[in-house]
Design a binder for this molecule. Sequence first.
Ligand SMILES: [Fe+2]
Length: 257
Amino acid sequence: MHNIRFRPMQNAKIAIIADIHGNALALTAVLADIAKQNVDDILNLGDHFSGPLDAQSTAEQLIDSDMISIAGNHDRQLIELAPDDMGASDKVAYDQLSTRAIDWLESLTPTHIYKGEIYMCHGTPDSDTTYWMEQVSAEGVVNIAPRHQIEAHAKGVDYPIILCGHTHTPRLLSLSGGRMLINPGSVGCPAYDDDSPVYHIMQSGTPDACYAIVEKRADEWNVSFKYIKYDNLSAAKMAKNNGRDDWVGGLKTGFYS
Ligand SMILES: [Fe+2]
């Protein structure tokens, strides 16, 4: 039995993407920008397809790429639920996806450790549906979660860079031990509403696609967030044509309406 040991990375530059949600137009623009950044790898934190947009074109871009992808809650639902039990966003994606795309989803794991230094999960290490950095009050107001709660989820996750997605909110938090917790924001869905735990909305306030770059130089990690313009009005039109007015405002403006 061999333990795989990684030598600490020297210089590294990694692009982080998440929550594409079937927005192939946004993904194309983000990948074009990443292609100019000279990165070593792309890490993708899940929720690849679900939404009233273009799941199959998204799949074609992801499956044949070299990026390292994990599964989000919607990816899990696409393979766990019977089509009749799926929510509207999962069902419209499921109906578009090829067998190859579903097979690809089945090959994904919920977490991954990249080269011994970067921990990837969708929600938290233990749950793909839990908000890690944010909390929702009884009145449905979303704020940054208390520090002790954020740290509790990170207990034993001893990697300098910890990645999560799910809340579509780009954010960098400094954890104990010099660790950084990063949500790169959402490539394809800048605003949404949710009934759990109580009704609330999440909104980035810009229609631009969002991703992050983490870079290690001289033993120090630095993080930057990038906002990429793309043809968001065509994406909004697609959502409208698929009967999802609740997606239209977010795609047009970044604000939920
Ligand atoms: Fe999610």
